[in-house]
Structure formats: structure tokens, C-alpha cells
Ligand binder design. Structure first.
Ligand code: ZN
Length: 320
């Protein structure tokens, strides 16, 4: 039973779900205050209603509810959107080692081959990286035949496309794009609500148990796109105006914004919802304390939102 009246004027804070990964580090526990111990914390699912990591509301009228429950029980908070589940998943990923090189299916392929799952379009905002850091995005095969041959012959160095990155860069990763984060990179990932990944190459690494991690070569080859010319690239988001919602990307799956608060920002929450993550700094949001590592949702109909302090945030929403 839900005895609470709907209060559209309430910011909904979420407690994230963190995971241990062999390539993870200690930053999410130590710098972001998620209360998880270990030097192998790889992912913080900050705003997630996925069964593999369903976030919990912290405080307020919906305290203790899972985000998936909020979505199904209170569609009005999300503008009564015509989606069958909360459409996005926002993560912070701390890679202290190279991640395996992978690719995701699109909605059609996942629907048919992965028990009705959504496909996975994703995008990354680079929160921090090594000097002369790089990431893997795209490949150098010019045809499907060449792609299969290079994979079969293990010509990974030739095949994999690596590009330089800097803090503040943004990149869109379409389904079918070969991609990977390299060691010492911290990113905020916004993606479709899906957990389907095909591992193409794992640098021939052997785990502690003496075995290599499973690869999904056939499924990878099924979904990898061969475009030849159109390769994914990073865009810098540095130098955007402060205290306004800067749209840095828009596609049919999501809209992404960057907000840098310097003293005070007043935002018109006119979207079905705004999912937000604080990457740096601290301050207040309509009277409540807000700081680095906080994840929250501003519901539909909220109207004017006042954020003060010094902070950098990434926000997302979907189109109605
Ligand atoms: Zn991915």
C-alpha cells in the first residue's frame, strides 16, 4: 500500500548499486562515498531500474522504494511515458585495467536473441583519464569479409581503432560499434536500460582460475557494423556556458545535458523527467544538500529547479 500523496515538488534521491569487477578500483568507494569496500569496485549503477541492479529511493515520500517500483506505481512522476520500463541506466565506471573489447546489439537483435531485452545504445562522458589516455571506438576493417578474416586470424592490433581522449570529452556508442575503456579512465555512462554485452576480445588475459573469460565471437560478428568511413569520435564539452542546461547530445534513445553550476543555476524542468548525477563539487538543490556522487531524479511537472554551489552534473531524459 502506498499512503503517500504525490508530491511533484520533491527531488528523488537514489542509493546506487555498486559492483565488484576484476578491472575495478577504489575510487567509487573512497571518493564518491558509496560505502562499498574493496579495491575492485568497477561500476556504480547510479540511476537504474534494471533487475541486475535496481536503485533504492533515499528519503522523502518514496523512501525505500526501488526505482522499478516507482516507475510502475507512479508513472506520473515520469510524465506517463509510453515505455514498458524505465528507459535509461546511468552508471559511473572506474576502470583501473583495460576492459574487454565489446559490442552491443540493437533493439531488434536483442528482442529476437536475448529474451526480449532492449538493445544497448550508450554514451560516455570522460570524468577523468590518464595523460595521453585513449579509448577503443570502432574498427579498421573495410568490409564484413575483412572483419571476419581479421577476427579469425587474431589481427587485433590492426583491427582495433584507438582514439585519444581528455577529461570532459563525450562520445556516442551506437549498437554495433566495437568499444572499450582503457585503464585509469573514469566515465559517466548513460545507456538504454539493458545489460546485453558481447565480448569480442579480452587481450588474451587469463583469470586467477587459469581460464580466459568467455568470448561471444559469433554474436559479435552478427552485430558489428561495417561503415568504413563513419567512425565514432569524441567531442569536447569544455567551455560551455555555466548555469544553463547545455544539451550535448540527442538521439532517439536519450537527450544528454551538461550543467556547470557556479553560484546558482535555475533550471526549468519541463521534461518527462530529469535524471541527474553530480560528478564534482557540492552545494544545494532547493534547500537539500547535494554533492559529488549524488544521483537523483527530478520528476515531471516540477517546474523551476534551483541549484546552488559549485558543481558539475550530467543529466539525461527521453523524448515523449
Ligand atoms: Zn558498452
Amino acid at each position: 500500500m502506498d499512503n503517500h500523496v504525490n508530491n511533484a515538488r520533491e527531488v528523488i534521491f537514489l542509493d546506487p548499486v555498486c559492483s565488484h569487477n576484476i578491472w575495478g578500483g577504489s575510487r567509487l568507494g573512497e571518493e564518491f562515498g558509496y560505502g562499498v569496500e574493496g579495491s575492485d569496485i568497477g561500476e556504480c549503477w547510479g540511476i537504474s531500474a534494471h533487475p541486475n541492479g535496481d536503485g533504492t529511493v533515499r528519503g522523502g515520500a518514496y523512501d525505500g522504494k526501488k526505482l522499478s517500483e516507482l516507475w510502475s506505481g507512479h508513472p506520473e512522476l515520469f510524465g506517463n511515458l509510453q515505455y514498458d520500463r524505465y528507459p535509461l541506466l546511468t552508471k559511473i565506471i572506474d576502470a583501473q585495467d583495460d576492459l574487454s573489447i565489446q559490442v552491443h546489439p540493437d533493439d531488434d537483435y536483442a528482442q529476437k536473441n536475448e529474451n526480449g531485452s532492449l538493445g544497448k545504445t550508450e554514451c560516455w562522458y570522460i570524468m577523468d583519464c590518464a595523460e595521453n589516455g585513449t579509448l577503443v571506438a570502432g574498427h579498421n576493417a573495410r568490409s564484413r569479409e575483412e572483419l571476419s578474416r581479421m577476427v579469425e586470424e587474431g589481427r587485433w592490433k590492426e583491427l582495433i581503432r584507438e582514439i585519444p581522449i581528455k577529461k570532459g570529452d563525450f562520445i556516442q556508442i551506437e549498437p554495433g560499434t566495437v568499444h572499450a575503456i582503457k585503464a585509469h579512465t573514469l566515465i559517466l555512462e548513460t545507456q538504454q536500460n539493458s545489460d546485453i554485452t558481447y565480448r569480442l576480445y579480452d587481450y588474451d588475459r587469463v583469470q586467477a582460475n587459469g581460464k580466459k573469460r568467455e568470448l561471444h565471437i559469433q554474436k559479435s560478428l552478427d552485430v558489428i557494423t561495417v561503415d568504413g568511413e563513419e567512425q565514432p569520435n569524441v567531442v569536447s564539452t569544455c567551455g560551455l556556458p555555466e548555469n544553463v542546461l547545455n544539451q550535448i547530445y540527442s538521439c532517439e534513445k536519450y537527450d544528454i545535458f551538461k550543467l556547470t553550476v557556479n553560484k546558482e543555476a535555475v533550471i526549468d524542468q519541463k521534461y518527462p523527467f530529469l535524471a541527474a548525477s553530480v560528478l564534482e563539487g557540492e552545494g544545494q538543490i532547493d534547500g537539500s544538500p547535494l554533492g559529488k556522487g549524488d544521483h537523483f531524479i527530478v520528476p515531471a511537472g516540477y517546474g523551476e529547479l534551483r541549484i546552488s554551489g559549485n558543481m558539475s552534473l550530467i543529466l539525461s531524459t527521453v523524448e515523449e
